[in-house]
Design a protein around this ligand. Structure first.
Ligand code: SAM
Length: 265
């Protein structure tokens, strides 16, 4: 099963509905919001700044950016996600949306003060092309922010040989098009001649109500069963074990995200 985001225009309506829900839930999470606010502070946007968010989905991050920018334009290849984004942003005069593929943006060269790529480069096909387009539309002196998961750091383990960790190993290659992109970001930026301003690691941990981390256990267990590596019974047992740990306050799920900001000379 390929990363559903990498072929978003072919996704079923029910899938798009669930993905949209996940984006909204995740952006509303206090820890997630704090990470966004941290890199937005690094961008140091002027009050009237014109910002492009590439791969905006339902616009959950665009609406956070809108609080500190003059204008935010969100682009995404999915008309369904954009429809939801428009409805959710109707009260915000400085947010608008356009249907576009990040690999071929419809905007003029140097037309934005800042560009944000939030959880997009790991999912979009040809991330190098998406990044090159983001740089093209950025004005000289403008800034770019990239935020992604460092998927090799995901852990659900409480100790050595923890069976729950097998779910993690099965999850990333199936749900993330390029799980290692976080480790290549600095090289990607340097190759385009930008100057790296900040590169931060953000720890994200869930223990009591691990909504997101439980989806990793579940999705990993499903991949293991669907590929025939384990049976349905063991997949159910792994999911049950994750929930037992939640009930007994023994659950630990952690991922490191990274954020990078850079300026265009
Ligand atoms: C994990 S979601 C992130 C959405 C939003 N940035 C957020 O964090 O709430 C990944 C997004 O990348 C978009 N995407 C996939 N392929 C893309 C491409 N070629 N160009 C631009 N966006 C793309 C998807 O439609 C989806 O909205």
């Amino acid at each position: 099963m390929p990363d559903v985001y990498a072929a978003i225009t072919q996704a079923e309506p029910a899938t798009l509905e669930k993905l949209g829900d996940a984006m909204e839930i995740s952006a509303a999470d206090e820890q997630h919001r704090a990470m966004v606010e941290a890199y937005l502070a690094d961008l140091d946007l002027a009050a009237g700044a014109r910002v492009l968010e590439v791969g905006c989905g339902t616009g959950a991050i665009a609406r956070i950016i809108a609080a500190v920018a003059g204008e935010v334009v969100g682009v995404d290849p999915s008309p369904a996600l954009l429809r939801r984004g428009r409805a959710l942003s109707a009260a915000l005069e400085n947010v608008s949306f356009e249907e576009a593929d990040g690999r071929a943006l419809p905007h003029a060269d140097t037309s934005f003060d800042a560009v944000v790529l939030h959880r997009v480069l790991c999912h979009a096909p040809e991330p190098e092309r998406v990044f090159a387009e983001a740089v093209r539309v950025l004005r000289p002196g403008g800034r770019i922010a990239v935020f992604d998961g460092d998927y090799a750091t995901i852990t659900l383990a409480n100790g050595p040989d923890d069976p729950l960790q097998t779910c993690v190993g099965a999850f990333a290659p199936e749900f993330v098009n390029d799980p290692w992109i976080a480790r290549r970001l600095v090289a990607l930026v340097a190759a385009r001649g930008l100057e790296v301003l900040t590169f931060r690691s953000h720890g994200y941990v869930q223990i009591r109500e691990p909504q997101y981390m439980l989806t990793i256990a579940d999705r990993g267990a499903d991949v293991l069963a669907a590929s025939g590596r384990i049976g349905r019974e063991l997949a159910s047992a792994l999911k049950g074990e994750a929930r037992r740990r939640v009930a007994e306050q023994a659950f630990y799920g952690h991922i490191a995200y990274v954020s990078l900001t850079a300026s265009r000379p």
